[in-house]
Every structure is written in C-alpha cells, then in structure tokens.
Design a protein around this ligand. Structure first.
Ligand SMILES: Cc1cc2nc3c(=O)[nH]c(=O)nc-3n(C[C@H](O)[C@H](O)[C@H](O)COP(=O)(O)O)c2cc1C
Length: 362
C-alpha cells in the first residue's frame, strides 16, 4: 500500500492538508512501552510551522489525539491510531491550481494519476503537513529505542553553500539532545546565523533555498541488516524518500566519496578504547554490505528549495493547453530544510525500530 512503510512495525500515514485531519496508524509496536507525552509534544514542536520569521505563517497547534493503542500512556500492543485535526486551512488559496499546476509540486502528477479527483488543496496528501503524523511515529520509536541505548541525532548540515560542522567520528547523545533544544538546529551557531541570513535573503527576493540534513544513530550493534535489496541503506532510503522535498539520500562519504581514492575512503580497522573493533574513519557511515558494523550510522538527505515561491512562474492551463503565468499568493516558506530536520530523525528512528524488532533484538 502507498503511504505505508515498515515490516514488523507498519506505519501508515493518512489525510490531506486541508481535510478534516491528518494522522498515523502504527501496527506492531511492542506492548507495555511507556510513552512520555511531554517528550512526544516537544519532538513535534520542533517541526511545527509558525515558530519564527523563517517559517510559514500557517499556525497549527499540532496536538495529536490518540484514538487507540495507548492506555495510561503505555502502548497496549493493539494498533495505535493518532490524529491531528486541521484548524487553520484556507482552501480557496488553492482553487487556481486545479487547472494551473504549480511548478515542482505534485499538482500535475496527481492530476494525471487520479484524473482530477485528488483533493490537492494545500498540497493535499503531498503536503509537508503529512510529516506531523510521521513525527508522532518517530517520537514513539525514538523513546522505545532510547530505552535500549540507541540514540538518533540530526542537524542542518547546510543551507545554500553555508555548511555546519559535520558530526564528529563518535557523536554523543548529549550533542543530539543539545541540538534538538535549539530554535535553529545546527552544531555551530555562527554557521546557523549565516544560514538564516541566506534564508532571509531568499525571502527578500520572494525566492527559496534548500539544504542538507545530516543524521546519526549511535548504540547500534554490529550485524543489523541484510545484503543486497533488504539492507540497512535500502530500508532507510526507501522511507526517507517518502518525506516531501527529499531529493537525495547518501550514507557515509556518499557522493563525495566517489571523488576520493580507495586509500582515502577506506576505513582502517582498529581496536577501540573499550577493546571492541572499530574503524579509525567512518566513510562507510556505519554500514558495510547493507549490515551495520557497530560504528555510528551516518546519512544525509538533500531537501530541495521550497517549490512555492512568490516570484511569477510559468505554468500551463490543463483544460486549454495554453501557457499561463502563475503567481502563488498565500503563504510561502523560504526554506523547509530546518523544519524537515526532526522529520528525518523521526523516519530514521522508525526504520531502526522496525529492523530491531524484525531481527529479534526487542
Ligand atoms: C516539513 C515540510 C514542510 C513543507 N512545507 C512546504 C511549504 O510550505 N511550501 C511548499 O511549497 N512546499 C513545502 N514542502 C514540500 C512539498 O510538500 C513538496 O516539495 C511537494 O509536495 C512535491 O513533492 P516532492 O518535492 O517530494 O517531489 C514541505 C516539505 C516538508 C518536509
């Protein structure tokens, strides 16, 4: 089924941006897991729009209502369903796009696929709003993983050409926690200020910019995953590409590694301070042959520039098959990469929990 991922823990996302609600159904969560609701709300608040001048003015409380699967803040073992009611939708902003698809949105492809039947107001089922229920699933997965010593951390690695420091070879959970509490999720706040200037410049020009999000997972045992088509990279990439606006996923040294020589890109084996086998570098991103090697898992996702911009753009009339100028009024976010940071963490945690359960670790 579409809009669903996972093998043992199946996560299904439903709803449209301007419909009654968006939500998630999670099947296969272990029973008896305590869910700290304050921590879950804090996770969700990191993604919420309207927090600062760099984000869209759409204001949503984004508080989930749990319809099933949790009792007294503990998972019951039965399917969990949570909904977030939509409260701030202005669908009339979108009437024009029924005939004039917005460039680099899914308006045109959805029109072709469902012959005009899709509810595309606010981007419909393709909207960034659908990442709110993803964060519910990720916040729950992350709490279950933390209890087993597995921590996932994320930061905004770049906006435009401004780069944050990379995660160190062995990032710690304290670093993850510190970044997650920042208004702008970077390691080096000076670089963060430069990124915000790049975003403000784009906004002043009624334009938008993209960015890269780096994600790390620590505490994973060596040996998790499978070769070829069911590996750690495959499962993570498949789910991460479900996040709207993700156009690239790389692991370890990724695309840059292809520019290096083997002698530079190889990770020499060594014995770590605790006597365990480690590698002195981590260009593999903690994965060899689709299987974890015990080093931190490192991945990056490329987030494209926000497709809705204030500048006039070229489109066509679908009914008249004629060129049309398009001006998108309403709300625009000059960059969505900083808001997608907790979403990447959420999806990574959900995939790791699924794999953990699949391999009998929980
Ligand atoms: C958290 C988040 C918020 C988003 N908000 C917006 C937005 O305000 N404006 C916009 O044009 N696109 C936004 N997007 C991206 C679009 O939903 C997405 O680019 C579009 O549906 C086309 O899908 P694709 O880029 O995956 O091909 C957002 C994405 C995410 C992850």
């Amino acid at each position: 089924m579409s809009s669903e991922f996972g093998c043992k823990v199946k996560i299904s996302i439903f709803g449209q941006s301007h419909g009654r609600a968006v939500g998630v159904i999670i099947n296969g969560l272990p029973a008896g897991e305590n869910i700290d609701m304050d921590e879950l709300y804090r996770f969700m608040a990191r993604r919420r729009p309207g927090k600062n001048a760099l984000s869209t003015s759409r204001s949503e409380a984004d508080l989930p209502v749990f319809l099933s699967g949790i009792k007294d803040n503990k998972t019951c073992g039965t399917p969990l369903c949570a909904v977030i009611y939509n409260s701030d939708a202005r669908s009339s902003d979108y009437d024009e796009f029924l005939d004039k698809p917005r460039p680099s949105h899914a308006d045109y492809t959805a029109y072709i696929k469902w012959q005009g039947s899709a509810d595309m107001a606010g981007g419909g089922h393709f909207s960034g709003r659908l990442t709110a229920p993803l964060c519910i699933a990720g916040a729950i997965a992350s709490q279950i993983l933390k209890r087993r010593g597995i921590f996932v951390g994320v930061h905004l690695a770049s906006v435009g050409s401004v780069r944050d420091n990379a995660f160190p070879l062995f990032p710690g959970k304290e670093l993850f926690e510190a970044i997650s509490r920042k208004e702008f999720p970077v390691i080096d706040d000076e670089k963060g200020a430069l990124m915000q200037a790049v975003i403000a410049n784009a906004a002043a020009a009624s334009d938008s910019v993209g960015g890269i999000i780096e994600c790390a997972a620590i505490g994973l045992p060596a040996g998790l995953g499978s070769p070829m088509f069911d590996g750690m990279e495959n499962k993570l990439a498949a789910a991460l590409f479900g996040i709207p606006a993700v156009k690239g996923v790389e692991f370890g040294s990724g695309f840059n590694g292809s520019l290096l020589r083997g002698s530079e890109n190889n990770d020499p084996f060594c014995i770590g301070t605790s006597g365990s086998i480690e590698t002195a570098a981590n260009n593999s991103g903690g994965i060899l042959g689709g299987i974890t090697n015990g080093m931190p898992l490192i991945l990056r996702t490329a987030i494209k520039p926000t497709p809705s911009i204030g500048l006039p753009q070229q489109s066509v009339s679908l009914s008249r098959l004629e060129p049309e100028k398009l001006i998108i009024k309403g709300r625009h976010d000059p960059c969505i990469a900083h808001r997608a940071v907790p979403v990447v963490e959420a999806v990574t945690a959900a995939v790791l929990l699924d794999l953990f359960i699949e391999e009998g670790e929980i």
